[in-house]
Design a protein. Sequence first.
Length: 156
Amino acid sequence: MKYWTVRPESLVDDFLEIAFSHATKLIFPGELRETVLKHYDNPPTADALQRECAAVYVRHEMNRWRQRSDLEKWANEMGTAFVKWRTCQDERVCPVCQGYEDVLYPISKIPELPACWDCRCYYEPVVDMKYLQWPRKVYSNGKVSMMERKEFEQLF
């Protein structure tokens, strides 16, 4: 499934201008912006960098809205109590996201997406526990640990 990989062209230019401004200030303030630019072989113009930052910012906000909507639907309509954090499972997955991969969370305790700047992670509902492989990583009491199914059932 492909999530927002490009900036939707239908967004209003006024909104983009505001997003560029906020994204640039939040992500590349002052000296940090100059440091980031030094790592490019051909540094982009300020406008191009702002547009890229805004595009990522807009993609994250749209993805966040979609994921919140999915969680609400799964909890209310399907009665889902647990979800798994999933990554795209390719070479671009960062160490932050890799740490969340395949962790089982109570639907009310799952961390909010995005987890990193180029996050492509998503939530996956657990419809039936019998399809899960054990032992597995489970979030409980503020930490992630490996659990057997019996231990999990006693806890939840």
